[in-house]
Design a protein around this ligand. Structure first.
Ligand SMILES: [Zn+2]
Length: 507
C-alpha cells in the first residue's frame, strides 16, 4: 500500500490504494484512489462536509481532485475540488431550478474566486501613482542599515584576524575525479580551486560541497576535505541561486519600502523564491513590481559579495534589535547552534546560508506575484506581505519561463471551463466551482472511466476522511515541508461538538 499527497493549490489529501493481488500495476496507467465520508451534514457545516478525495498514485505530487455531497434546500451539492454542481436529491434526473442557478451565476465572479479577482483587477487598470507612495522613514532605515553594517564589519575584521593566526597550514583537497589539490587551511576557498581548474568553471560555479556540507564558494576551507562544485543545472546550484535571489529581493524591499524583513526562502515547489516582510498598512500589488525590480537590478549591477560571519547570540540580538521577527527567530535557536549572518551590499541578514559568490550571477530577475501571509503561518499573528520572484543566470531563460507562464495561463482550466460554460465559481465556495450540465457530464464520464480502470486492474475503492487532524501531517512530514500550501483551519467548538456526537453515536 502506498500513499501520495496533493498539496498543490492549498489543499492536501491522502491516497489510499488497495491492490487485491498485493502488487503494483505494471500497466503504464495511473492508479487512482478515492475516499469519502458518507454522512453529509448541512451546508452550514461546509467545513465538515462529506468528501471523496482522489489523488493520483504513485506520483509524488499529484493534482488533487475531490467531490463532496452536502444537502442544501432539498438539493444535493456535488462538488469537485475546483467545482460544485447541483443535483436534486430525490430526483436525480431533474436539473437544478433555473432560479437557483441564476442566483448563483449572478455572482459567479465573486470576490472569492481567483478569476474574479483577475477580472476586477483588469477593470480597475493601474493603481494611481499616489497609491504606490510609501511613507518610508529614511532616517530610521539609514540608521538601522549603518548600525548593522558597522557591527558586521567589526566582527568580520576580528574573525579574519583570528583566522590569520590559526591558518596557513597545508591541506589536501580531493575532487570527485580523485584529483588532489593543495591549499592552505583557513585561507584557500572553493573559488580558488575552481579558478585553478579553469576560469570558465569559476565563472559558472555557484556553490560547493565540503564533505556533506554545502559551502560558500568564498568560505575558507578548514582542513583536508572532499570538494564538489555545483552549477545552476544541479539542484544544489539552483536552490542556492534562488535562495540568494531572495536576499536580493529582501534588499530591494527594504530599500524601497523600509519594511521589516521576516523570512525569504526558495519555494518548496522548487521554482523561484519569496520574501515575507512586515509593512504596516501598505499592501503590495503588481504595480509595485517595477520599483522592486529596478532596485534588484541595481543590486546585481553592484556585484555585491555574499559575505559570511559567525556571531554570538548576544551579537545577533543586538544586530537585529529593532526587528522583532528576527529577534523571535534568534531566541528560538538551540543553545548550541552556530548563528551566521550574511551581508550583500546594504543588506545584513540572519541566515544559515550558503549563497552564490555575488549578486552579478543573477542576470535576470522578475517579481511574479504579491500576496499576504501570516507570521509563522498563524492567523492570530502579524499580517505580512509576500512577494514571489524568479531569477535565472541569463535573460533567455527568464524569457522562456515567462512565455511558459503565459501559455499556461491560456490553458488555465478555471478560465477555459467558464468560457465553455462547463462550470462557474461562487463566493459561497471560493475554492471550488459549480459544475453546469456539460461540465457535469464530462466529470461523470471521467469518473466512470476511472472506476472501470480500478476494476480492470484489480483494485478496490476505499473511502476515508478528507479532513484530518494536523497531527497526521506532522507525523508524515508534510506539515514541515508543505504547510504554506495546505489549507489549514481552526476547528470551531461547534464542529468539535458535532464530531464528538457522531463518535458517541457510532460507538
Ligand atoms: Zn540566505
Amino acid at each position: 500500500m502506498e500513499s501520495g499527497v496533493g498539496a498543490e493549490g492549498g489543499e492536501g489529501g491522502v491516497a489510499v490504494v488497495k491492490d487485491n493481488h498485493n502488487r503494483p500495476s505494471e500497466k503504464p496507467w495511473p492508479c487512482w484512489s478515492s475516499d469519502a465520508m458518507m454522512n453529509p451534514p448541512n451546508l452550514g457545516d461546509a467545513a465538515a462536509s462529506a468528501h471523496i478525495h482522489l489523488v493520483r498514485w504513485p506520483a509524488p505530487r499529484p493534482p488533487p481532485h475531490r467531490f463532496c455531497y452536502c444537502r442544501y434546500r432539498g438539493f444535493m451539492l456535488v462538488c469537485l475540488r475546483r467545482g460544485l454542481s447541483l443535483v436534486r436529491q430525490n430526483s436525480p434526473r431533474s436539473l437544478p431550478p433555473a432560479r437557483l442557478l441564476r442566483d448563483l451565476s449572478t455572482t459567479t465572479m465573486g470576490e472569492g474566486s481567483a478569476a474574479g479577482k483577475e477580472a476586477k483587477g483588469k477593470g480597475k487598470g493601474k493603481a494611481p501613482a499616489s497609491a504606490l507612495v510609501v511613507a518610508r522613514d529614511d532616517a530610521y532605515l539609514e540608521a538601522v542599515t549603518q548600525n548593522r553594517i558597522r557591527m558586521f564589519e567589526e566582527i568580520q575584521a576580528k574573525q579574519a584576524l583570528e583566522r590569520l593566526n590559526i591558518g596557513g597550514e597545508l591541506i589536501k583537497i580531493t575532487l570527485p575525479d580523485g584529483a588532489v589539490k593543495e591549499g592552505k587551511k583557513w585561507i584557500t576557498t572553493p573559488m580558488d580551486i575552481a579558478k585553478e581548474i579553469s576560469s570558465g568553471l569559476a565563472a559558472s560555479c555557484l556553490i560547493a560541497q565540503v564533505g556533506d556540507i554545502l559551502w560558500d564558494m568564498g568560505r575558507p576551507l578548514e582542513g583536508d576535505c572532499e570538494l564538489k562544485l555545483f552549477k545552476f543545472d544541479s539542484n544544489e546550484g539552483r536552490d542556492t541561486f534562488w535562495h540568494s535571489s531572495a536576499h536580493i529581493l529582501g534588499e530591494s524591499l527594504e530599500r524601497a519600502y523600509g519594511c521589516k524583513l521576516c523570512i525569504g526562502p526558495c519555494t518548496t515547489r522548487g521554482e523561484g523564491f519569496y520574501y515575507d516582510a512586515y509593512y504596516d498598512d501598505l499592501t503590495l500589488t503588481e504595480d509595485h513590481f517595477g520599483l522592486i525590480e529596478s532596485q534588484a537590478q541595481k543590486a546585481v549591477a553592484e556585484k555585491q559579495l555574499f559575505e559570511r560571519i559567525e556571531v554570538s547570540r548576544a551579537e545577533a540580538l543586538e544586530m537585529f534589535a529593532e526587528n522583532k521577527f528576527k529577534v523571535e527567530i534568534i531566541n528560538e535557536l538551540p543553545e548550541d547552534k552556530t548563528i551566521t549572518v550574511y551581508r550583500c551590499g546594504p543588506l545584513v541578514d540572519l541566515c544559515r546560508g550558503p549563497h552564490i559568490p555575488n549578486t552579478s550571477f543573477v542576470k535576470a530577475f522578475a517579481c511574479l506575484k504579491a500576496s499576504s501571509s501570516y507570521w509563522r503561518g498563524k492567523s492570530d499573528r502579524e499580517s505580512l506581505q509576500r512577494v514571489y520572484g524568479i531569477s535565472f543566470p541569463d535573460s533567455k531563460r527568464l524569457k522562456e519561463y515567462k512565455h511558459f507562464l503565459e501559455e499556461a495561463k491560456k490553458r488555465d482550466h478555471r478560465l477555459l471551463g467558464q468560457s465553455q460554460e462547463l462550470f462557474f465559481f461562487h463566493q459561497l465556495s471560493p475554492g471550488s466551482c459549480f459544475f453546469l450540465p456539460h461540465g457535469a457530464r464530462i466529470y461523470n464520464k471521467l469518473m466512470d472511466f476511472m472506476r472501470q480502470q480500478y476494476r480492470d486492474r484489480g483494485y478496490q475503492e476505499v473511502l476515508s476522511p478528507n479532513i484530518y487532524n494536523m497531527q497526521l501531517w506532522e507525523t508524515s512530514g508534510h506539515a514541515a515541508n508543505y504547510k504554506e500550501n495546505m489549507f489549514v483551519f481552526e476547528v470551531s467548538d461547534r464542529l468539535r461538538k458535532a464530531e464528538h456526537e457522531r463518535c458517541s453515536f457510532s460507538s
